[in-house]
Design a protein around this ligand. Structure first.
Ligand code: FAD
Length: 389
């Protein structure tokens, strides 16, 4: 472990990427303060919110490995997914394995549980402090001043002056919003036409329909339903479709909602009580999907964007968080490479990361077409025969 205890690092956002990045920086011996606008998610009993579970892949696992957390996360928090199980309209199922030898797989993990696990790990470092309910509202790049609103203390403001700021404050990053005003900072965002709606399937005997070890997909050309397994044997399902179609289906009469699901996802309807589905439809809402790109990821030699703040990508490649975790790996590699010359590390991060992050973002767009449409085509189904050899 290196000793850099006099350098003060502020990390904005204690989502999965901010929490992991804080672990990396703490492990390297820096003094770290994390500022998070929400209250501590470990105290929040609700499961509502975005993307309840995620596919953790090799990129993410490699990053966890750096701080010795890969095995414990896999064992305690995840369910393996060795392939896709395609459900056709006529009720047939086809398995497409990710790796014929089953030596590699994706791991389904609750976003909230993984985030909570990382926060708990983070608090074990003596050189880390986490401030919850601190919302960043202003950034001054020249003076390195950050202003926070303390949401639990009558909205009082506090201004701090760290040496280095790593912004992991998500797709709607406040730090990035301030960067947009700077010359030579390029930024673009795209809300795609499609959105998503989550449906929770309770734990029950679902083996016949939801074969374990798979990510289940009901591809229906312009829309699709997917289901990821949870540790408690429940499933988190997500309906993706054009945003303009959601009100036509989810805000229609009860019978019409049920007949839509019965027509397109018949075997899924064998797993959920109609009243439960209708209840979730009434109380839930369709959410939008945004993709953002920017360049550079840094300002001067002391501000850096990471995770969704740097590159929010659409979820169809299951790589948003994984790519954010990989950002942490790259930051760590640069720290080693430049012997902790932080100024150089921050200025080099963009050129080391940008092309790959952009490629993942583009692949994610492409994979939506593959998941909702191409996997249902004959060339894909033929592969099922190959998989079974
Ligand atoms: P976030 O998770 O957005 O966390 C940002 C944190 O910053 C939050 O805690 C927020 O409260 C805090 N914050 C925001 N503003 C402020 C402020 N002003 N002051 C202080 N704190 C602030 N990724 C995968 O790898 N695999 C998947 O299978 C996958 N599936 C997905 C499915 C869906 C439907 C969606 C929408 C996304 C999916 N993702 C997936 C993407 C993944 O959720 C994100 O990439 C990941 O959450 C990004 O983590 P982050 O920490 O960068 O940002």
């Amino acid at each position: 472990m290196f000793s850099h205890s006099r350098v003060k690092i502020a990390i904005i956002g204690a989502g999965p990427v901010g929490s992991l990045c804080a672990c990396f920086m703490a492990e390297n011996g820096y003094d770290v303060i994390v500022y998070e606008s929400r209250t501590d998610i470990r105290l929040d009993k609700s499961t509502s919110g975005r993307s309840i579970n995620l596919a953790l892949s090799e990129r993410g696992i490699n990053a966890l490995q750096f701080i010795g957390l890969d095995n414990i996360v896999i064992e305690e928090l995840t369910e393996p997914m060795y392939g896709r199980m395609i459900h056709s309209v006529d009720g047939q199922k086809y398995s497409i394995m990710y790796d014929i030898n089953k030596s590699k797989c994706l791991y389904s993990v609750s976003r909230k549980e993984l985030n909570a696990f990382l926060l708990t790990k983070l608090e074990k470092y003596s050189n880390v402090k986490v401030n919850f309910s601190y919302k960043l509202i202003d950034v001054d790049f020249n003076s390195k001043l950050l202003t926070f609103q303390k949401l639990l203390e009558n909205q009082q403001q506090e201004t701090v002056k760290p040496d280095i700021v790593i912004a992991c404050d998500g797709a709607h990053s406040v730090v990035r919003k301030h960067m947009i005003r700077l010359p030579m900072f390029n930024y673009s965002q795209t809300y795609i036409d499609h959105g998503y709606f989550e449906i929770k399937l309770p734990s029950s005997e679902t083996k016949d329909i939801l074969t374990p070890g798979h990510l289940h997909i009901w591809p229906r050309n312009t829309f699709m339903l997917i289901a990821l397994p949870n540790k408690d044997k429940s499933w988190t399902c997500t309906l993706f479709m054009p945003m303009e179609k959601f009100p036509l289906i989810l805000e229609s009469e009860k019978e019409d909602i049920l007949s839509f699901f019965n027509e397109y996802f018949k075997d899924f309807m064998d797993l959920i009580q109609p009243e439960d589905l209708l209840n979730q439809v009434t109380n839930g809402k369709a959410r939008t999907l945004i993709s953002t790109k920017c360049n550079p990821y840094h300002v001067n030699d002391s501000f850096l964007l990471m995770g969704d703040a740097a590159h929010a990508i659409v979820p169809f490649y299951g790589q948003g968080m994984n790519a954010g975790f990989e950002d942490c790996t790259i930051l760590n590699q640069l720290l080693e490479e430049y012997d902790h010359d932080l100024k150089t590390v921050i200025k080099t991060f963009t050129s080391r990361r940008f092309q790959d992050a952009e490629a993942i973002s583009d692949l994610a767009f492409y994979n939506y077409i593959e998941m909702r449409d191409l996997v249902a085509r004959r060339s894909f189904l033929w592969r099922k025969k190959v998989d079974n050899i």
